[in-house]
Design a protein around this ligand. Structure first.
Ligand code: ADP
Ligand code: MG
Length: 250
């Protein structure tokens, strides 16, 4: 069964960083292959995973609308169109969703895209979705189920309250979430912040320390998947992945 992991949180708290670290950690924990899904319209997960910018899945909308004029696209054709948009790596593949659609009725193609994303997900042991700061992708229910909703927060009151709001929104929307976790990330310094999250926070998955090797890796264009074992962020993410693996889908 594919483990569906969605990473969400306020802008700039380290969602993309944590999504890339979790993908690496899952592989290190023996969970492979992993599909990384970039659901942020300002796609940048590919930069941390060492892929060139892939053609977004969303660009299929126009193509599918045109196809529809002629005849309904055959499932096999659709599958091939989706597969062409998957960037393939050794243990981690990547698909980007791209921008939302313009005005017009896209329900038909959005449903097709949703179905094809679900089918694609079935080929992987785990799927890690890097969401945009809002809840757009999550609230559209593009995922049939989310086994683990990982709320990334920096250890500031604002970071934590944003995580709390997303949790509440997920509840209000009755999103099919198995478990919700707090992943504390300290993007800027090893110091400061609050001591421990308030009792109302979701259970703490792990605390990712500030890792000075990350910005250098990003600058040099090297993949976070090649981060050496033992680096502070890699070690913490591996602990997080172990929990996600052992708790399993609920
Ligand atoms: N644990 C960390 N250690 C060092 N730098 C980090 C860490 N987490 C995030 N950063 C840096 O903080 C910035 C924002 O992170 P990013 O993952 O892009 O945030 P988001 O996806 O939430 O907008 C990036 O420059 C990233 O390299
Ligand atoms: Mg991001």
């Amino acid at each position: 069964m594919t483990r569906m992991i969605a990473v969400a949180g306020k802008g700039g708290v380290g969602k993309t960083t944590c999504a890339a670290l979790l993908a690496r950690a899952l592989v290190a924990g023996g969970v492979r292959p992993v599909l990384a899904v970039d659901a942020d319209p300002n796609s940048n997960l590919h930069l941390l995973l060492g892929f060139p910018m892939p053609t977004p899945l969303g660009s299929l909308r126009e193509e599918l609308l045109e196809e529809r004029e002629k005849s309904a696209p055959r499932e096999t054709l659709l599958e091939a169109m989706v597969q062409r948009r998957v960037a393939e790596g050794k243990d981690v593949d990547l698909v980007t969703m791209g921008r939302g659609e313009g005005p017009g009725c896209y329900c038909y193609v959005n449903n097709l895209l949703r179905r094809s994303l679900l089918r694609l997900s079935g080929n992987y042991s785990a799927v890690v979705v890097d969401n945009e700061a809002g809840m757009e992708h999550l609230s559209r229910r593009n995922l049939r189920r989310i086994d683990h909703l990982v709320l990334v927060a920096d250890p500031s009151p604002r970071g934590l309250s944003a995580a709390q709001s997303i949790r509440e929104l997920a509840g209000q929307l009755s999103l099919p979430v198995g478990r919700t976790w707090l992943l504390l990330n300290r993007p800027y310094s090893a110091q400061g912040g609050i001591g421990c999250p308030p009792p109302s926070s979701p259970p703490l998955l792990a605390e990712i320390p500030h890792d000075p090797s990350l910005p250098g890796l990003e600058l040099s264009g090297r993949s976070f998947l090649d981060l050496p074992a033992g680096s502070p962020a890699a070690t913490a993410a591996e602990a997080a992945a172990r929990i996600l693996i052992s708790v399993g889908p609920s």
